[in-house]
Design a protein around this ligand. Structure first.
Ligand code: E4P
Length: 215
């Protein structure tokens, strides 16, 4: 399973990228708003840092506007992937953009049927939101399992991005379920590195080393 970082914060993206574990970046309008900076400028900085799919989301609600925004964003860099919410208008836009060779990440996916529609319309990626389903007492990870099975049954090449990841267990569960990618907030990425036994092991090795280093 590949790991993307779910962030629009340049410092976080830089630090995550330096670890050598990040293959792409996802943003959304809320993450961009948190930075309080110009959208296009942020996206330009991200593509200069990470060489992989970089998702940038449209805000129009009708297909014409989505396509127009998508074409503008796609001019920034060939790695730009256009995030479009799953609606009838979003599907129409995805269908049009597929013929322009502009990749779409269909977002706000909460059911297997939505994912199937997105794949059939030509989305390169789908983003099921695991954490937001858990928030409303649905099993978010079950959705990933279903989608993996359906995409496998019909040889669909659309990549499944486990999104709305809230903690490290979500990441390992998504990997076990067969998601292609998990997009992970910086905080969760750092939590994935940590283990108390690793810290204790380092402390013990250093303490033992202290006792013999001058002998
Ligand atoms: C993914 O593409 C979304 O940007 C993100 O994972 C949403 O996460 P949230 O539910 O924590 O806002």
């Amino acid at each position: 399973m590949l790991l993307f970082i779910d962030s629009a914060n340049i410092q976080e993206i830089r630090e995550a990228h330096a670890l050598g574990v990040i293959s792409g970046v996802t943003t959304n309008p809320s993450l961009i708003a948190k930075e309080g900076r110009n959208f296009q400028q942020v996206v330009k900085e991200i593509v200069s840092l990470v060489d992989g799919p970089i998702s940038a989301e449209v805000v129009s609600l009708e297909s014409g506007g989505m396509v127009e925004e998508a074409r503008e964003l796609a001019k920034i860099h060939p790695n730009i992937v256009i995030k479009i919410p799953i609606t009838p208008e979003g599907l129409k836009a995805t269908h049009i953009l597929r013929h322009d060779n502009i990749k779409v990440n269909m977002t706000l996916i909460f059911s297997t049927n939505q994912a199937l529609l997105a794949a059939r319309a030509g989305a390169a990626f789908v983003s099921p939101f695991v954490g937001r389903l858990d928030d409303v007492s649905h099993d978010g990870m079950h959705l990933i399992e279903e989608m993996v099975a359906v995409f496998k049954n019909y040889y669909l090449s659309t990549k499944i991005i486990a999104a709305s990841i809230r903690h490290p267990i979500h990441v390992s569960q998504a990997a076990l379920a067969g998601a292609d990618i998990a997009t992970v907030p910086f905080k969760v990425l750092m939590q994935m590195v940590k283990h108390p036994l690793t810290d204790a092991g380092i402390a013990k090795f250093l303490a033992d080393w202290e006792s013999v280093k001058n002998k």
